[in-house]
Design a protein around this ligand. Structure first.
Ligand code: 13P
Length: 264
């Protein structure tokens, strides 16, 4: 099945609202050229409304970087799915390694890492909340360098998928995307070799087929993320099981992100 390409920009904790809106305006022309590609911008929470207002009636879609699983109430500092919908979000990243306290490159002291406390269990709760709210989740999975060197890549990815998808039916997964983001490749400049990224993305698809259904696995887009830039994007996009990218640093400059979208 030919799956539509999806290129998502994870701005992380970068760009104020004015900076985000000027970057967004600069991307409209490339989205116009590549109408065959889904482009999703994921700003920080305070910029969602400003960027969302610009994107209304445009070809580019809006995503958030996280969500809380509760509906509403006394959860200081959390953001609900209804708030994301209100801002215009159609997508939301969930289970990013940085929210799980697993960093590819980090200047944080090890004792501070547990602050970023997502687990496979909380990721599952968040994912179900997003599906319930009709927001398309971009579920992130991926192994650390230590796990890869111990030959545990498949085990780690399998457990992350099972945790996130527990209690989810195939019929609910329309619009789900999974991003394979090896932690060691994030923010390090060490992109995963295209063939190896494709192998793990293929493994993810085979797990989705077993866990959900072959039909669901065939339509779910599997993305690669980790040091994607305009130079390494094309070989990744030529691989059969890579349906697009989740881009961090490479999405912060219009020209660079534009070239990545054009390569899709
Ligand atoms: P970089 O592209 O900066 O390596 O980040 C990837 C990422 O974490 C996207 O979610």
């Amino acid at each position: 099945m030919a799956r539509r390409r999806l290129i998502a920009a994870n701005w992380k904790m970068n760009l104020t609202a004015p900076e985000g809106t000027s970057l967004t305006e600069a991307l409209f022309s490339v989205a116009e050229i590549r109408r065959d590609v889904d482009v999703v911008l994921c700003p920080s929470f305070p910029s969602l409304h400003a960027v969302g207002a610009l994107l209304r009636n445009s070809l580019v879609q809006l995503g958030a970087q996280d969500v809380f699983w509760g509906e509403k109430g006394a959860f200081t500092g959390q953001v609900s799915a209804a708030m994301l919908t209100d801002a215009g979000c159609t997508h939301c990243i969930v289970g990013h390694s940085e929210r799980r306290g697993r960093f590819g490159a980090s200047s944080l002291a090890p004792e501070l890492l547990p602050y970023f406390a997502d687990t496979d269990g909380t990721v599952g709760l968040k994912l179900r909340r997003l599906l319930f709210a009709n927001i398309h989740p971009i579920l992130c999975v991926g192994e650390t360098l230590e796990e890869r060197e111990a030959g545990r890549t498949e085990d780690v990815v399998r457990l992350q998928l099972e945790g996130a998808l527990s209690g989810v039916d195939a019929a609910e997964t329309f619009g789900l995307a999974v991003a394979y983001e090896p932690v060691w490749a994030i923010g390090t400049g060490s992109v995963c070799d295209a063939g190896e990224a494709n192998r793990v993305c293929g493994f993810i698809r085979s797990r989705l087929a077993e866990r959900l259904s072959p039909e669901a696995a065939d339509q779910i887009r599997v993305l690669y993320g980790g040091s994607v830039n305009s130079k390494n994007a094309a070989p990744l996009f030529r691989e059969s099981d890579i349906d697009g990218a989740l881009v961090g640093a490479g999405s912060l400059k219009a020209a660079e992100f534009g070239r990545i979208v054009l390569a899709a």
